[in-house]
Design a protein around this ligand. Structure first.
Ligand SMILES: Cc1cc2nc3c(=O)[nH]c(=O)nc-3n(C[C@H](O)[C@H](O)[C@H](O)COP(=O)(O)OP(=O)(O)OC[C@H]3O[C@@H](n4cnc5c(N)ncnc54)[C@H](O)[C@@H]3O)c2cc1C
Ligand SMILES: Cc1ncc(C[n+]2csc(CCOP(=O)(O)OP(=O)(O)O)c2C)c(N)n1
Ligand SMILES: [Mg+2]
Length: 568
């Protein structure tokens, strides 16, 4: 039966299991919007197309399913670029659909014409320009396959207005993808598995580097079994947090620039690194020349392009982590690393057990207090969506994540403005989850227009602004490396509580430590969105810190004991 390209688009999306899309209409995508009304699709009207892409991304990260964003041509499409790049750097499966000017007008500088496939070529896993209605179905099916298979990533489909308007035969089965040459299902060779097993058997100071691949391949349980059988401590990347429960005795905490000091020291002393679904980001390794100098390295990774990219490894096991571990586990006998585990225990010292909550109230409200109280009040069971900056690092340090997909954050691109819209996507994907936004006063103002979306769509997210009056992370760099010349980092902010009220959102302001718990409890008890403006110490810094490019063990530690924290 013949259908318009616009109808075929929605037919396919519904068949792909899509029930919600995030978008913003305009001329070149109007035929598709008109057809949408005939299909069981929830459309969330955003206030800026960047928000739509972050929402689709938050949706994808919260579930592992493909998130969908839709926009018009030209400015609508270019507004999506930041969100697409954010998804690309963190391997998040989203499909972005854009309208394009009529196929005959392409290349004429037509009204709202942008070559969006050209623009997004470097920040998509793949993209398509569709100019005929009959190509819509095969393209949508292929796009979903590419976005979600192997190493996931964003895919963009640009559909000309005439392709949406004209008609073609709709044949779902006939549109099944046949992607010659695309083989995302790598498997490691037996010889490499044996080599890895031999290295594991002979190691005395092994350490697992647990990355986001654990979450993406749902391999947490197998990694736990591996760690317990071989008594191997686990260091987490920012994006791996939650992949292994924070309260597991072998889980050491986060590595890297703002990781725990004992974790970085342990990596530098290790004789075997087991990199499980992580990509040796520069925030993780510090100076590559001095990184883990005494360690052999085994890399389990789905994307061959990541092997030997940053860190040269001794054995590469290319494939899905869960499948690789299923094959590797039987080859690995139980081992004990008692001396090594107790060496790391001594590196921790008493800093790990010192609890900021028990320190006397100095009259100052520190961001760490807020996060720590939020963790306790929510019993670590919330989905926390963070923005980028100091608050993001404090969240990683003080909110102990025990379940996969309970931390959603922009790691690779570090996109300010991500949190608020991504939280909308996460809440839509998991309506039963308690979703908290932890966002800086700077990043909040980048996408705060989505408060209107939250109200219009009745999205029950709780928003904690960590308001330090600064672009705090940049201020910290200026304090450490630019002699406190605070160029363009102080912020004059609106009254965030009043602002929320203007949108019709319940709000509170908190500036003392005693008020944190009651405010969080109040917000949790309220049905519907709540915004809390936490006015925190303005010039606090995140410790420890490995300066960019420095050796991983060369950490800057907190200079004075104003608040000794578990992270010191
Ligand atoms: C202000 C700021 C500070 C930061 N500080 C730190 C820090 O101190 N410590 C830190 O860790 N990070 C930090 N980050 C984050 C950092 O930039 C990286 O985003 C992060 O380290 C990447 O973690 P990852 O390698 O686990 O995840 P990703 O970048 O998502 O990489 C995951 C890897 O797993 C692979 N993979 C995917 N699926 C599978 C599968 N099924 N099987 C096997 N492999 C798979 C992918 O191909 C990819 O190579 C910071 C970011 C910001 C913005
Ligand atoms: C879109 C974007 N622009 C600039 C930056 C650089 N940057 C990283 S952290 C940061 C400061 C963030 O300030 P705020 O949102 O107030 O969070 P805080 O660090 O104070 O917790 C900036 C400007 C960025 N990461 N993203
Ligand atoms: Mg700030």
């Amino acid at each position: 039966m013949k259908k318009t390209g616009g109808q075929i688009l929605w037919e396919c999306l519904v068949k792909q299991g899509v029930h919600t899309v995030f978008g913003y209409p305009g001329g070149a995508i109007l035929p598709a919007y008109d057809a949408m009304t005939q299909y069981p699709i929830r459309h969330i009207l955003v206030r800026h197309e960047q928000g739509a892409t972050h929402m689709a991304d938050g949706f994808a990260r919260a579930t592992g399913e493909v998130g969908v964003a839709i926009a018009t041509s030209g400015p609508g499409a270019t507004n999506m670029v930041t969100g697409i790049a954010t998804a690309m750097l963190d391997s998040s499966p989203i499909v972005c659909i854009t309208g394009q000017v009529g196929s005959k007008l392409i290349g004429t500088d037509a009204f709202q014409e942008t070559d969006i496939t050209g623009v997004t070529l470097p920040v998509t896993k793949h993209n398509y320009l569709v100019t005929r209605a009959e190509d819509v179905a095969p393209t949508v099916r292929e796009a979903f396959l590419v976005a979600s298979s192997g190493r996931p990533g964003p895919v963009l489909i640009d559909i000309t207005k005439d392709a949406q308007q004209s008609s073609a035969e709709f044949d779902w089965d006939g549109a099944a993808p046949t992607l010659r040459g695309y083989r995302p299902d790598y498997r490691p060779a037996q010889v490499d598995l044996s080599k890895a097993a031999a290295l594991i058997k002979s190691a005395e100071r092994p350490i697992i580097l647990a990355g986001r691949g654990i979450i993406m391949s749902d391999a947490g349980e197998l990694v736990r079994q591996f760690a317990e059988r071989t008594n191997t401590p686990i260091a987490m990347t920012l994006l791996g947090l939650g992949g292994i429960p924070a309260d597991h005795p072998l889980n050491l905490g986060m590595m890297g620039m703002h990781g725990e000091a004992w974790v970085n020291t342990a990596i530098q002393e290790a004789d075997l690194l087991l990199a499980f679904g992580m990509r040796f980001d520069d925030r993780v390794t510090g100076n590559l020349k001095t990184y883990a100098p005494t360690a052999k390295k085994i890399h389990v990774e789905i994307d061959p392009a990541e092997i030997n990219k940053n860190v040269k490894v001794d054995v590469a096991l290319v494939g899905d982590l869960r499948e690789v571990l299923t094959e590797l586990l039987p080859l690995v006998p139980p081992v004990d690393h008692e001396a090594w585990v107790s060496r790391i225990g001594s590196l921790k010292g008493d800093s790990a057990v010192r609890d900021i909550q028990n320190l006397p109230d100095s009259g100052h409200l520190y961001a760490a207090h807020v996060i720590n109280d939020l963790w306790r009040e929510t019993k670590g069971e919330a989905v926390v969506v963070t923005d980028v900056g100091q608050h993001q690092m404090w969240e990683a340090q003080y909110y102990k994540h025990n379940t996969p997909r309970s931390l959603i954050t922009s790691g690779g691109l570090g996109t300010m403005g991500f949190a608020l819209p991504a939280a909308v996507g996460a809440k839509v994907a998991r309506p039963d989850a308690e979703v908290w936004v932890v966002v800086g006063d700077g990043g909040f103002q980048m996408t705060m227009c989505e408060l209107a979306t939250i109200v219009q769509e009745n999205i029950d997210v709780k928003i904690a602004i960590i308001n330090n009056g600064y672009l705090g992370m940049v201020r910290q760099w200026q304090e450490f490396f630019y002699e406190k010349r605070y160029a363009a980092t102080p912020l004059v902010n609106p009254d965030f509580a009043k602002l929320a009220q203007a949108f019709g959102i319940k709000s509170m302001s908190v500036s003392s430590r005693a008020d944190v718990v009651p405010a969080v409890a109040d917000a949790r008890a309220h049905k519907g969105p709540v915004l809390i403006d936490f006015q925190v110490e303005q010039e606090d810094s995140v410790y420890p810190m490995v300066p960019a490019g420095a050796d991983l063990h060369a950490m800057i530690r907190r200079p004075s004991p104003i608040v000794e924290t578990a992270a010191d």
